[in-house]
Design a protein around this ligand. Structure first.
Ligand SMILES: NC(=O)c1ccc[n+]([C@@H]2O[C@H](COP(=O)([O-])OP(=O)(O)OC[C@H]3O[C@@H](n4cnc5c(N)ncnc54)[C@H](OP(=O)(O)O)[C@@H]3O)[C@@H](O)[C@H]2O)c1
Length: 280
């Protein structure tokens, strides 16, 4: 199979390209210097591919509040152009989306077909990207992920590990709940969905289980051999940020279960495996 990976030097893209090459797949790996996904001219030249995975995005959640138009160009117009190119090539389009398309006000995992109601500019632009892909590329997989961490980029565990090394105590919010998800696991899910020829639609690519950022930080310091007592609980109210965060951002996995594709395992089990590589 011939794969095109955009945003290939990002946190997810790097692991995806490594995995595909290790599997012996034919991969064209491009980032903004080789293929700017917002360029109609560049995307019109895409040819001879079977699967297009878009890992490029505007991911600066807080900065997007001030730069929504730039975020929209990257997160909605870019995916639209790529989806159009995929359809022209007869290729399958895989678009990575986010839990931030939901408001996080429920107390139960969000089903894949829940009505979208993003709280933030980033969430609005990613929701628009989903709709653009659905309308341009009938053969698509939209894979929503959340709380992503990996070896090849800035991520929450690396930040917490650094702070734990610098400070006597680290304060972390305990009133936002989600599913820490390893890029390696999301990559594996994408590969399995494509191999299974999953029906076009929206799937949730997050770990099983749930925890707060505070609980995740406890697991991070534990894997560093540090005592959990250095992590203190705080609340979103005392840790204000420009973009509002969903408080309950847990995604359900019914769509995967329906098609017989196993969801990612429990976040705690996966973190135990990932920690050494991610914090190296
Ligand atoms: N990180 C998370 O916690 C998280 C959570 C939920 C969903 N997601 C989604 O997961 C996907 C992957 O995220 P990630 O964390 O791997 O992102 P990332 O590390 O920020 O990677 C994005 C890549 O896209 C590149 N890019 C920027 N503008 C581009 C353009 N115009 N054309 C082509 N490439 C461009 C970036 O290059 P530069 O670095 O040079 O800008 C970067 O290499 C995204 O769709 C994101 O929305 C992430």
């Amino acid at each position: 199979m011939r794969w095109l990976v955009t945003g290939a030097r990002g946190m997810l893209g790097t692991d995806l390209v490594d995995r595909l090459r290790a599997d012996g797949e034919s991969v064209i790996a491009v980032d903004v210097d080789e293929l700017d996904i917002t360029s109609p001219g560049a995307t019109a030249e895409i040819a001879d591919i079977d699967v297009l995975v878009n890992c490029a995005a505007y991911t600066a959640v807080d900065a997007a509040e001030e730069n929504e138009s730039r975020a929209f160009t990257l997160n909605a117009v870019g995916p639209q152009l790529l989806a159009r190119a995929a359809r022209r090539c007869g290729a399958r389009m895989v678009q990575i989306s986010t839990d931030y398309v939901f408001p996080g006000t429920a107390a139960q995992p969000w089903p894949e077909d829940e009505v979208l109601a993003p709280l933030s500019a980033y969430g609005r632009t990613k929701a628009a990207g989903e709709w653009a892909v659905r309308s341009e590329a009938p053969d698509h997989l939209i894979v929503r992920t959340a709380w992503l961490y990996g070896a090849h980029g800035r991520c929450f565990p690396k930040t917490m590990a650094r702070l734990a090394g610098e400070r006597e105590r680290v304060s972390v919010v305990d009133d936002q709940v989600g599913q820490p998800t390893w890029t390696v696991d999301l990559v594996d899910l994408i590969v399995r969905l494509v191999a299974a020829e999953a029906p076009s639609g929206t799937y949730h690519g997050t770990s099983a289980g749930e925890c707060s950022w505070y609980e995740f930080t406890q697991a991070i310091v534990d894997s560093m051999g540090m005592p959990g007592s250095i992590v203190a609980r705080t609340s979103s109210e005392s840790f204000q940020r420009p973009a509002p965060r969903p408080s309950y951002s847990v995604l359900g996995h019914s769509a995967l279960e329906r098609i017989g594709v196993a969801p990612i395992a429990h976040w705690r089990e996966r973190w135990a495996l990932a920690a050494e590589q991610v914090l190296a």
